[in-house]
Design a protein around this ligand. Structure first.
Ligand code: HEM
Length: 426
């Protein structure tokens, strides 16, 4: 096999399959060979160039003209006619939001919509996150065991996301189903027989988003980032378009929710797999903010992102013709020895942990990063204070097979309720 530029494809590059369990369980480990020996390779199975080193990935993020984000939400697996017809029957038209918008449209829109993400604006959400974390822990603290994903980490970030966006909290289970369908539709490889069910869920999600938006338009002064966008549309209709609002209504629920739920589950798994580190964190909660960064670096919830090459160029000495599609494996960059010394070591005191690329980098860098950080910090504060004696149960971790959104579907932990700190000093 040959690359589109005519070079032979190595055996490992030919075997690369991000829908396999190896990638799902540990993406940076799965591409270690590439990071060390063939940092940019063409994957014939995917039809993408795969980029694995920190400096190369940062260079790609830095230039969003040559490396357009327009394919960020494209289906990575083209679907068949039947699924396409189903999507069309719902009027599905997910288009540009922010994350996949090119310049010159992107920056003016990002600027106009930025204010609700300032630290002062985010402070308003903190008491709600704290209250939710406490009340969810209350529900299971006497049980001695819990699936943290099902019993807490999925729902709270969804509740916070809806609250932030200004969406009424109804039908959380349906939204969970829709969100997973969106992940599979965008970054997964559904079998032909699954594709139709996924298309129905995504189509329904699209229509749901449209209805919520219609309702919001009747009460545009209500709080919420989407209502903020609706108000801004009146001032800048060419910047905040109808298509943007409808697409963001759907994509925003996923962006704000699944990423954060998965990030916290990944963080708790990593911490409990290192009991000594967990103990240190419980003894000194002042370490939590940097521990959150180190968890995002070592085991983040976005494993890889995409870009489209718009003109013939080179990255790391490799020719990439216009039209090349790139899978930039940010989770691999985060384990690059050239940027992080002893990169596989989990070190919550690491001084450059926050250099990780889990939130992307440059002009599209995650707008919600400080909301996500705040949620993760509060969850860790509550867990270290109330359940310092918890440990990981025996289990095998499963992931929704896809290139990008990554977190265990379940996370079972256990503890002795008789030893709960609040029983001795309530
Ligand atoms: C963009 C990751 C949480 C809203 C992004 C990007 C990544 C990402 C990788 C693309 C960056 C790039 O292209 O350079 C994450 C992770 C999160 C998280 C790992 C949690 C741990 C959130 C939350 C929100 C949010 C909570 C909203 C409340 C956005 C938006 C963009 C974005 C609006 C588009 C920014 C732009 O293109 O200008 N995020 N995200 N994210 N994220 Fe997040």
């Amino acid at each position: 096999e040959r690359t589109p530029t005519g070079c032979p494809v190595s055996e490992r590059a030919a075997g690369f399959d991000p829908f396999e369990d190896g990638y799902q369980q540990d993406p940076p480990e799965y591409v270690r060979w590439a990071r060390e020996k063939e940092p940019i390779f063409f994957s014939p199975k995917l039809g993408y160039w795969v980029i694995t080193r920190y400096d190369d990935i940062k260079a790609v993020f830095r230039d969003n003209i040559t490396f357009s984000p327009s394919n960020a939400l494209e289906k990575i697996t083209p679907t068949g006619d039947e699924a396409n017809a189903v999507l069309a029957s719902y009027g599905f038209a997910l288009n540009r939001t922010l994350v996949n918008e090119d310049e010159p449209a992107h920056m003016p829109r990002r600027r106009v919509l930025m204010d609700p993400f300032t630290p002062e604006a985010l402070k308003h959400h903190e008491p709600m996150v704290r209250e939710l974390a406490r009340s969810y822990v209350d529900r299971f603290i006497d049980d001695g065991k819990a699936d943290l994903v099902d019993q807490m980490l999925w729902e709270i970030p969804l509740t916070v996301a809806l609250h932030f966006l200004g969406v009424p909290e109804e039908d959380m289970d349906t939204l969970r189903k829709y969100s997973i369908a969106h992940t599979v539709n965008t970054w997964g490889r559904p079998k032909p027989e699954e594709q139709v069910a996924v298309a129905h869920a995504v189509g329904n999600f699209w229509q749901y988003a449209g209805k919520v938006l219609e309702k919001m338009r009747q009460d545009p002064d209500a709080p919420g980032w989407m209502q903020y966008g609706i108000r801004k549309q009146k001032l800048h209709p060419e910047v905040v378009t109808d298509s943007y609002l409808h697409s963001m209504m759907m994509a925003g629920i996923v962006a704000a929710h699944e990423t954060t739920a998965n990030a916290t589950a990944n963080a708790m798994k990593l911490l409990l797999q290192h009991p000594q580190v967990w103990r240190e964190l419980c003894e000194d909660p002042g370490l939590i903010p940097n521990a959150v960064e180190e968890c995002l670096r070592h085991n983040g919830s976005v494993a890889a992102w995409r870009r489209l090459v718009t003109r013939d160029t080179q990255v790391g000495g490799v020719d990439l013709p216009a039209g090349s599609r790139l899978l930039i494996v940010t989770s691999s960059a985060n384990h690059d020895e050239a940027h992080f010394s002893d990169a596989d070591l989990f070190d919550i005191r690491r001084d450059n942990a926050s250099d990780h690329l889990t939130f992307g980098y440059g002009s599209h860098q995650c707008m919600g990063k400080n909301l996500a950080r705040m949620e993760m910090q509060i969850f860790l504060e509550e867990f270290t204070r109330r359940l310092p004696h918890m440990r990981l149960s025996q289990q095998r971790f499963s992931y929704v097979p896809n290139t990008s959104f990554r977190g265990p579907e379940h996370l079972w932990v256990e503890w002795d309720p008789a030893a709960n700190p609040e029983r001795s000093s309530p």
